[in-house]
Design a protein around this ligand. Structure first.
Ligand SMILES: *[C@@H]1O[C@H](CO)[C@@H](O)[C@H](O)[C@H]1NC(C)=O
Ligand SMILES: *[C@@H]1O[C@H](CO)[C@@H](O)[C@H](O)[C@H]1NC(C)=O
Ligand SMILES: *[C@@H]1O[C@H](CO)[C@@H](O)[C@H](O)[C@H]1NC(C)=O
Ligand SMILES: *[C@@H]1O[C@H](CO)[C@@H](O)[C@H](O)[C@H]1NC(C)=O
Ligand SMILES: *[C@@H]1O[C@H](CO)[C@@H](O)[C@H](O)[C@H]1NC(C)=O
Ligand SMILES: *[C@@H]1O[C@H](CO)[C@@H](O)[C@H](O)[C@H]1NC(C)=O
Length: 407
């Protein structure tokens, strides 16, 4: 059992008043923290709707993500609070261990690495693994303020002035939509934490904390990245018992979410069975009822943006990345005659760094192609593969080794 955390109170930031401006900012932040109030002028957000993915239908409002643009001073204030709050959370071991979202030294890469490693170890031991991906709908926007504040007080021991500060931070928020120089009337924001704020994501993962305890009670493994939850059960054979453990757990998750004003996004829920080939081919499809919505096993799943198959081979994903990357490289090649060597080099480097780094082989492959661009210097050392790996990876075969690269 964890010890109850000590009380947490914010202290004035240690900004050096090198300039008049910074001392004014320090004073403003200091007075906000010591009085436990956030001025109303810092609680107005200009919302810019951003398409979730290029190519989605812009006529459907559900395809947009409402990103809040907040005043500069508000961001500074939030940053000061966030950094102190993070210390409180890590010093007292209050984070969910298996939450990789919005934490320093954690990322989608570490989340994927953990889950892939668990799956590989368990498959090697001859187990069948059922991986269930759950996604929440518009989760940031439906957070209930009174539940959040109660949770901050009871679970995280944030009391007194600090709690007043958070109460003030969440209450009387306003927002308006701003597109192409057109401004909508302002509307109050009675629920939700702003996307695009500094504290929003942190408050969000604190709000979700009890969900981890709930899943543990059912004896399931899990990992989450923000609002993306992955449940994992390993078994020798898929029986009705396995089925009922999963169903019970999902039913309880569902009712917890309902009590907390959250909802599963069933369209994005996926189930996958992972194991050695001879095991997975012999079993029947598993169908789980998630929120009255039958979800079937699918051979390929997209987990945190990475596509993999039943045996955890990433070859399909690598093919896809390489294909897209070559498309862009060809476009850069067309521009090459009108670019100086330095500009071409900058462009190539910027491009390579933006490619999702899933496996060493896709990088090696791409690097070989980009060095054909005749920029005078070689690419930066971080991408330099060892000589052997270059020689064994001819550009025509984009086959993968099937194992993720921990870089
Ligand atoms: C908050 O911290 C104080 C001081 O350490 C402690 O006495 C109290 O039990 C804690 N409260 C909770 C709810 O953990
Ligand atoms: C912050 O406020 C406290 C009390 O309100 C005061 O003692 C302290 O000097 C202030 N610090 C700065 C840097 O202004
Ligand atoms: C992140 O990792 C670095 C290097 O290992 C370490 O110095 C730092 O304290 C870590 N940060 C946190 C918040 O754990
Ligand atoms: C937040 O939750 C409380 C208690 O569950 C409820 O009374 C209140 O109506 C909820 N607020 C909103 C905006 O849904
Ligand atoms: C499982 O489902 C897939 C796709 O729905 C189907 O192609 C396959 O034949 C099914 N396998 C079994 C054993 O029912
Ligand atoms: C690379 O560029 C240099 C001068 O910029 C030129 O002399 C050389 O022939 C080029 N090499 C290739 C392979 O195009």
């Amino acid at each position: 059992m964890k010890r109850p955390p000590p009380p947490w109170t914010p202290s004035p930031p240690a900004l050096r008043p090198a300039f008049l401006l910074s001392s004014l900012i320090t004073t403003a932040i200091n007075s906000s923290l010591s009085s436990g109030t956030v001025p109303p002028s810092l609680k107005i957000a200009a919302i810019t709707p951003i398409l979730k993915k290029p190519g989605l239908n812009p006529d459907n409002p559900n395809n947009f993500r409402p990103i809040s643009n907040l005043p500069f001073l508000s961001k500074v204030l939030e940053r000061v609070v966030a950094s102190q709050l993070k210390h409180h959370l890590s010093d007292n071991n209050l984070y969910e261990t298996f939450q990789s979202g919005f934490r320093s030294n954690h990322s989608t890469e570490t989340a994927l690495l953990k889950i892939t490693n668990d799956l590989l170890l368990s498959s090697n031991a001859g187990n069948l693994n059922i991986l269930i991906l759950l996604d929440l709908s518009a989760a940031f926007d439906t957070i209930n303020h009174s539940i959040l504040l109660t949770r901050l007080e009871t679970t995280f021991n944030i009391t007194g002035t600090a709690l007043s500060w958070f109460t003030s931070y969440l209450s009387d928020r306003n927002q308006f939509i701003y597109i192409n120089n057109c401004k909508s009337p302002t509307a109050p924001l009675p629920q939700g934490v702003p996307q695009g704020s500094v504290l929003g994501p942190l408050l969000f993962i604190l709000y979700l904390l009890p969900l981890g305890h709930l899943i543990r009670r059912h004896g399931l493994h899990f990992h989450c990245f923000a609002d993306n939850f992955q449940l994992l059960i390993s078994t020798k054979s898929i029986s009705t018992a396995t089925h009922s453990i999963l169903t019970n757990c999902i039913t309880e998750i569902k009712s917890w979410l309902q009590l907390n004003f959250l909802k599963l996004n069933c369209d994005k829920s996926e189930i996958k069975i992972i194991g050695q080939n001879k095991l997975t081919t012999s079993i029947h499809n598993v169908t789980l009822n998630i929120d009255g919505f039958p979800v079937q096993t699918s051979p390929h799943i997209r987990n945190l943006g990475i596509l993999s198959d039943q045996t955890l081979s990433f070859s399909k994903y690598i093919k896809q990345i390489t294909k897209t990357a070559f498309f862009h490289l060809k476009n850069i090649a067309r521009l090459r005659p009108s670019l100086s060597p330095t500009a071409a080099e900058t462009l190539i480097h910027a491009f390579i760094t933006s490619v999702p780094i899933a496996t060493a082989s896709s990088i090696v492959h791409l690097q070989k192609s980009s060095t054909n661009f005749n920029t005078s210097r070689t690419p930066p050392p971080i991408y330099s593969p060892t000589p052997e790996s270059v020689n064994t990876s001819p550009p025509s075969s984009s086959s993968s080794t099937g194992s993720p690269s921990p870089r």
